[in-house]
Design a protein around this ligand. Structure first.
Ligand code: NDP
Length: 251
């Protein structure tokens, strides 16, 4: 956890960074923050109007011109991911960072009652889609001198919890995939890959999962950005295959 990290103001200058789920919640704040520190941000998500609002905000702040990439992980095919890689290759020639942030909660419900279609949907959005997107983008990530790939995890991806069903399992799969990929890349790539658990954060997803909780007791997406910046920027070069947290555990 690097919540006290103090990034240089030009930390991400000349870096091309893709953020998934960039229209809302933590992803929206990460996209805006990365742009503030100099990154050219590719805003990926399923609701174009939200992405456009983030785009306009970055432009209004005078950040590097971002790009919008509409994509819904539900229904996205291998061809979509390869077309995307081709477009990014033509436009930028490389990718210096990839924040896998898009996520679907599914339903908090006893496993006995879990709907199998919803289960598949959650696995598609939270792990299968991101895995094949990563495969398609590997050549572009290898073009960077020190690319960082971040997968968003959760505390229920490190210890199972009753009723969290597919969401918890998808985050465990995320942790497992990152161990495998990091081990493959060790000693043969400048590319690093880690998981980051944001911890309880004031977003719509958290409100849905904990309707009785006072959101004002939670950290905001802005407050957890130091760790997101550290892990995306060059100060974390050499860190790979780690399970990181964006904030200290709540007491
Ligand atoms: P939000 O629900 O606020 O935002 C999720 C983002 O993912 C939205 O931009 C959403 O798009 C996008 N998304 C959802 N489904 C798809 C899809 N099928 N295709 C493309 N994009 C999609 O969640 P948070 O910001 O809270 O969560 C961000 C990440 O952090 C997630 O991976 C979550 O699991 C993780 N996390 C969050 C915690 C928290 O306390 N908030 C705690 C632990 C982990 P749209 O706006 O169009 O719906």
């Amino acid at each position: 956890c690097k919540i006290d990290y103090q990034p240089a103001s030009n930390l991400l200058e000349n870096r091309v960074v893709l953020v998934t789920g960039a229209g809302d919640g933590i992803g929206r704040t990460a996209a805006l923050t990365y742009a503030r520190y100099g990154a050219t941000v590719i805003l990926l998500g399923r609701t174009i109007a939200k992405l456009e609002r983030v785009y306009d905000e970055i432009e209004a702040e005078g950040g590097p011109q971002p790009a919008i990439f509409p994509l819904n992980f539900e229904g996205a095919t291998l061809k979509d991911f390869h077309d995307m890689a081709e477009t990014l290759d033509k436009e930028f020639g490389r990718l210096d960072g990839l924040l896998h942030n898009a996520g679907l909660l599914g339903k908090i419900t006893p496993f006995e009652q879990y709907n199998p279609e919803l289960w598949e949907q959650v696995m598609q959005v939270n792990i299968n889609g991101p895995i094949w997107m990563t495969q398609a983008l590997l050549p572009l990530l290898q073009q960077s001198a020190d690319a960082s790939v971040i997968f968003t995890s959760s505390s229920v991806g490190r210890k199972g919890r009753a009723y969290w069903g597919a969401y918890s399992v998808s985050k465990f799969a995320t942790e497992g995939f990152v161990e495998v990929l990091a081990d493959e890349l060790e000693n043969q790539s400048t590319l690093r890959v880690n998981t980051l658990n944001p911890g309880a954060t004031r977003t719509q997803m958290r409100r849905t999962a904990y309707p009785g909780e006072d959101p004002l007791t939670l950290r905001t997406p802005e407050e957890i950005m130091p760790t997101y910046l550290w892990l995306m920027g060059p100060d974390s070069v050499g860190i790979s295959g780690q399970k990181l947290d964006a904030q200290p555990p709540r007491v």
